[in-house]
Structures are given as C-alpha cells and as structure tokens.
Design a protein around this ligand. Structure first.
Ligand code: SF4
Length: 701
C-alpha cells in the first residue's frame, strides 16, 4: 500500500479533508483505495459522510471512460481534437464567434475554471460562456454583493458557528447534504445555543432544531420580512450598529412596516408564536448567524429573499461582528472558487466585472492580448442552454463537468436544445446522460488523479493533491484545453497576437503554473489570490482570500473593520414579497419542491455509479404527506406520476408526515424532478425557480 496522500473529497463545498491510499502506484478496476478522514481540516476535523467514505470507488470502479469517443466510437486523442477544432472553425465561419458556447462547472478546480474562461475569451473569442454554479448559489452571491460589496459564502471560519448562541438556517439540509457541517451546529447547541431551521419539510436538519419554521414553498421572503418587522417592533434593533455600520435602513424600516405577523402567517402558514420565538432567540443572542441554502435561494425572487435575510442580520447587528454574521452554505465542491475566476458570463478573474474597462485592461495584460479583442458579457446558464440551436443562438457547445440533461430546469426542453446542436462536445469521467448525447466525448482525470486548488464554502483555498496515477487514456481538462488552443490559436495568432505568443505556453497543463497566472490575474480584484501559493496552502492547511501578498495572513473575517463598499458600510436594500412564478390552481393543485438525499450528489453522475450508495437509495421517489396520500388513495411504494406544465415524471410514493400536506418533494439526482421545474429566472442573479412549481399527482395503473 502506498503512503496516504492528504487531499480533499471530490464532492461538496465543505471539501472535507481526507487521506487517500492506493493499493499500488496505479489505481484502476479491481484495485483498492482506502480513504480516511483528516483531523487537520477544520471543516470536517475527522468526519466524513457516506459519499466521502465511498469516493474511492470512483477511482477503481469499472464505469470509467478511458478513450475519446467520436460519434460513439473509440478514437485517438489527435483524431478527436482535430475533429473538434475543425468543426469549431466551420461553425464560427458560418455563425461567428458566438456560434460556439462553453458551459463549465462548479466542481472544476480553480485552475480549470480560470483556464476555461481564458480559453473561451481568447481562443474561441466567444461571449457565450457560463456554468452550472448559476443554478447553485448565484442568488446569494448577488444579494451579498449588493449588501456587502463582496460575495464570500461564509465570511467567517465555519468553526465560528460553534461559538454562536443562535443560528438560523433558511433552506438548507446540511444533515444530508454535508453531514460534518452539523458538528459545528451541534457544538453550538451543546454550549446552550439554539438552532432555528426554516424549511417546508421536517428534514434531518430540522429534526435537530430547537425551532422549526415550516413555510409554504415560495414564501421565505415574506417570512423574512415578518421576522424583521418583529425584530424592530419588539426592541431587538441594534441601533448603534445600524447607525455606525450601515446605510439605507430607513427605507427598509418603512417597507417592512406593513408586514405585521398575522399577515405573514396568512401567507407563509408559519404561526405568529413561532415567529416571535425565532426573533426572541436571535435578538437575545450575544452572537448569532443567519445562513441561507438553496431552499431560500433557488427562486425567481431568490436574490430578494436572501436580501431580506441579510436585512434581518444587519438590523440585529450581526455581519462583521466576531462569532456572528450572514453566510451562504455553498453547495458544489468548488462552488465558491468556480464563481471567482472567469467562467461566469459576466466575469473576469478576481471576481471582476467583464464590462469594467480597468478589469479588462488588467486581465488582458496578464493574458498578453489586446483588451479591445475580449468579448463582453454573454448569456446566463439557462438562457444559454435555451438558445442552443436557435436562430442567433450558439450552434456548438463545449461542456466541462456538468450534466444539464439531469440538472437543468425544464430538462426535457434543454435536452431537445442540446439535440439540435451542430456539435456537442462533453468532457467527463463517466458516460453521463449528457455525454451520451455528445458528438465527441473526452475522458478526463478526476479528483485524486490530479493536482489543483479548490476554494471551500468558507473562502479557504485548499490543495487537491494527486494520490493515484490516472488510468491510461485519460487526460486532464487542462490538457484538452491546450490541445484545442494549439489547434485553434485564436488571439494567439495573426494580427492580434503579441510578439512571441504561443498557445502551448499560454495554456499550460501544469496546475501550479496555471495557478501562478491566476494569482496575477486576480491581483487587485475582490477575490485576490495574489499572496496564495501552493506552499502556503500546504503549510497553513488553507489560506483565506483576499490575500494580496505573500506576507499577508489571509482574511478569515473580511468584514470585521468595514465592508468593501465605497463608504465602508453595509447596505440595507428594501425588497417586497411576491408569489412564486407559478402558483397552485385547480389543474395543478400541489407545490413541488426538490432537494437532495444523503447518499447522492448533484445530478448523480458519480454517486449513482457507487454500489454502496445505491444500496441506500437507488431510485427517485415522491414524498407525500399522509393526509394527501389518503385523499388521493395513494399508499407507500405505489408508482406515482407527477405532472407539471413542462413535463411528466414518475417515482415511488413515500408517505411521510414530515412534509406539508400541500407539497410534494422529489430528489433531483435522477431524471425526473427537473423535467417538471420552472425555468423562470431571478431578474438579478438569473437563477431559475427550482424550488417551487405547481404540479398534480396521478396514480400509475
Ligand atoms: Fe464532506 Fe461533502 Fe464529501 Fe460528504 S460529500 S465527505 S460532507 S465534502
């Protein structure tokens, strides 16, 4: 057995530290890989969930792609890369640069996310790039930027939560999505603190709560307005903090004046007494945190919903105080880093805006190109997928680390769009549902087979280390991008090229070299990595950004001395409740909400291939309340059909009093749930409304 290598879990944003030991130098089918948790990483400190414990199967299982596929047939790497480059040239000759689009992922390392953005803008010269993180925490990011001038998931170390006296978690089920997170909340409760959970379901996390608020899906915003109304009227306003560290409170005070608790109870279904109890707990706590997850964020009003919770946190004087604050519980493994380095439609590295002339100048200088040649902002994720194959939309798509056939809203429609393309190229480690549609599939290396950095939900930059040798035949995304860059050249050739521009050098395949360039590109930006080195990350078990210089300690709590806004103050923003994009009616009388189960991750492309996880749950299901089951004469185990205006899905009935009687739940790890979901977009974040739509139930047979 090789000596274990310290690295991090391939899955969620907690990025638990783990040691990976391979049976021999090379892994592969039949080999043994042993995983043990690391004690030195504060996020998990010796804990892992069942997804992490079984992640070795991804390395040794037999379902791995190991050769490029060209129209479903094995092909050589040169043949596949030549084909893709030729087809890109043809499509761009006919449809212009934006005829080719790129779709990235929140699981890609920082180096890959950075290189993907650079490749799109300099080689393809397309504005059409976005990523699946748009479907994850974009509403919280938009709200945090609006209020604080910065979006860093938790703007404090996760261990601060154990020191709080109260935590309110809105729309997050960490007991199933990232179980080691729970130990920080448990430590808080053991010290006498209180946990408040807001969720339409009595989830595993809500069962641990001292107080569970169970609103109707799509009404979290009204609930947050009601809590702020009560915080003000019941004397919990931190007037000194509001006066000294914020702006805009008067407008918010006026806007919540009409959100008296009885009105909020009528809209949300949450009893007034529960609201009063929540406000008393938060207002009476010396240190408190308000956290949001996808349940509050994945709405067509997600940005305003998070803003309402931030307004509540500001009124209570929490952000920027030690042991207190507002934070977003980011979901995907590199959901944080993935949104900082330029694979978003509107961003350049360092969390810079792509339409900011100074940002374009800086990044173009690092890339050795003319800023006038860089494209501007493109379409957001769903808008990009929706435009594929249409007149004026992209005709070709290069997709890295994402599986939109399962994970996109209105997935049946998106699948149709993907099927209408002239060219679909997918880079993945397994034959996902989207890869199965592709003209070309590139087989890639995965987590423990490669190096790089990941930025976890705390904004702590971590080192992913190579622990096993990848199987013969696979290449890293960095190698794929270099292979295409050398063939296509883009701004690195002809009249636009700076002297000596060489695409092979501009697109290094060495993660450390890419990271060093990323550091320069991010320098001076909001997400400043300039002072972070691989050596420092290893020595310090992670470094918090912003970190502008190598002798800078990093910034665990960026808001302690002020907020990165022009006047240094956090901004209250007045927001109003509005109904979901699609409300229930006679034809579709039930709310559908979607979420996760403990054993699976995201679209399930990886976890559905792990026997131990399938042994826990291996098919989708429809959770219904006993009253609803009785009314519809449905029993547990019966096959149900769920119908929305966009599609039909089937699942086995689970009858469970933990859910509201007006709501059904489906997990989104299998084909089904997202055939139903509503793609209506948040006007600010462009987040689709995954978390609520109207459906009806039918018994099958
Ligand atoms: Fe930790 Fe998340 Fe991996 Fe589970 S899935 S072991 S919580 S990083």
């Amino acid at each position: 057995m090789k000596a274990p290598t310290a690295t991090h879990c391939p899955y969620c944003a907690l990025q638990c530290g783990m040691n990976v030991a391979a049976g021999s130098e090379e892994s592969g089918a039949g080999e043994t890989v042993t995983i043990t948790p690391r004690q030195d990483v504060p996020a998990n400190a010796g804990g892992l969930c069942q997804k992490g414990w079984t992640a070795g199967e991804l390395l040794t299982g037999g379902q791995r792609l190991t050769t490029p596929l060209l129209h479903g047939e094995p092909a050589g790497w040169d043949e596949a890369l030549d084909y893709v480059a030729d087809r890109i040239r043809q499509v761009q000759a006919e449809h212009g640069s934006d005829g080719v689009a790129v779709f990235g992922g929140g699981g890609l390392t920082n180096e890959k996310a950075y290189q993907l953005g650079k490749f799109a803008r300099t080689v393809l010269r397309t504005s059409q790039i976005d990523y699946n993180g748009r479907f994850c925490m974009s509403s919280a990011a938009a709200a945090s930027n609006r209020a604080f001038g910065m979006d860093r998931g938790l703007p404090f170390p996760i261990t601060d939560l154990a020191e709080a006296d109260a935590v309110l978690l809105a729309g997050g089920n960490v007991a199933e999505t990232m179980p080691p997170f729970l130990r920080h909340l448990t430590a808080m409760r053991e010290r006498g603190g209180s946990l408040i959970v807001v969720d339409p379901r009595l989830t595993a996390t809500a069962r641990q709560a001292d107080l569970h608020l169970q609103p109707t899906p799509g009404t979290d915003l009204a609930l947050a307005l009601g809590l702020l109304h009560l915080a003000i009227t019941e004397g919990h306003l931190d007037e000194a903090y509001v006066a000294g560290r914020t702006t805009g409170f008067d407008a918010v005070r006026t806007s919540v004046a009409s959100w008296w608790p009885e009105r909020v109870e009528r809209i949300t279904g949450v009893p007034v007494a529960h609201m009063r109890q929540a406000v008393a707990i938060l207002g009476g706590a010396g240190r408190a945190a308000i956290l949001t997850g996808r349940g509050a964020e994945q709405h067509a009003k997600g940005t305003d919903t998070v803003t309402a919770f931030i307004n509540l946190a500001l009124a209570l004087g929490l952000p920027g105080r030690p042991g207190s604050g507002y934070g977003c519980v980011t979901g995907q493994g590199n959901g944080q880093g993935g949104r900082e380095h330029g694979q978003k439609a509107d961003q350049l590295p360092g969390y810079r805006k792509i339409d900011d002339p100074a940002a374009r100048e800086h990044v173009a200088r690092v890339w050795g190109v003319d800023p006038r040649d860089l494209p501007g902002p493109g379409r957001s994720a769903y808008e990009l997928l929706d435009a594929l194959g249409t007149a004026g939309g992209p005709r070709a798509l290069l997709l890295f680390g994402s599986n939109p056939v399962i994970s996109a809203p209105r997935a049946g429609h998106v699948t149709g769009r993907l099927g209408s393309l002239d060219l679909l190229v997918v880079s993945d480690l397994v034959m996902s549902e989207t890869a199965a549609m592709a003209d070309v599939v590139f087989p890639t290396t995965q987590w423990a087979e490669e190096g790089g950095t990941m930025t976890n939900l705390e904004g702590r930059v971590l080192l992913r280390r190579r622990a096993v040798t990848p199987p013969p035949g696979v290449r890293s995304d960095l190698e794929i991008l270099q292979g295409l860059a050398v063939r296509l050249r883009g701004l690195f050739s002809g009249e636009h090229a700076s002297a000596g521009a060489d695409p092979a050098r501009a697109f290094s395949t060495e993660p450390r070299e890419v990271f060093d360039e990323l550091r320069r590109a991010s320098a001076g930006g909001v997400a400043d990595y300039a002072g972070i080195t691989y050596e420092r990350i290893a020595a310090e078990t992670g470094v918090f950004w912003p970190c502008p210089a190598e002798d800078h300690p990093g910034t665990p709590r960026p808001f302690l001395d002020g907020f990165p806004t022009p006047d240094g103050r956090a901004r209250f923003v007045p927001v109003e409740h509005r109904p979901p994009g699609e409300d229930v009616d006679e034809e579709y009388p039930l709310y559908l909400t979607t979420g996760r189960v403990l054993a699976h991750y995201q679209s399930g492309a990886q976890t559905r291939r792990i026997a131990a996880l399938n042994a826990v749950v291996d098919e989708t299901f429809v959770e219904v309340h006993p009253d609803l089951a009785e009314r519809l004469e449905v029993s547990a185990g019966q096959l149900l059909r769920v119908v929305s205006r966009r599609g039909v899905a089937e699942g086995v009935a689970r009858v469970n009093p933990a859910i509201r009687a007006d709501t059904v739940f489906m997990p989104f790890h299998w084909a089904g749930a997202n055939l139903l979901t509503n793609p209506e977009l948040d006007p600010v974040s462009r987040m689709p409304e995954f978390k609520v739509c109207a459906v009806r139930l039918e018994r099958v047979g």
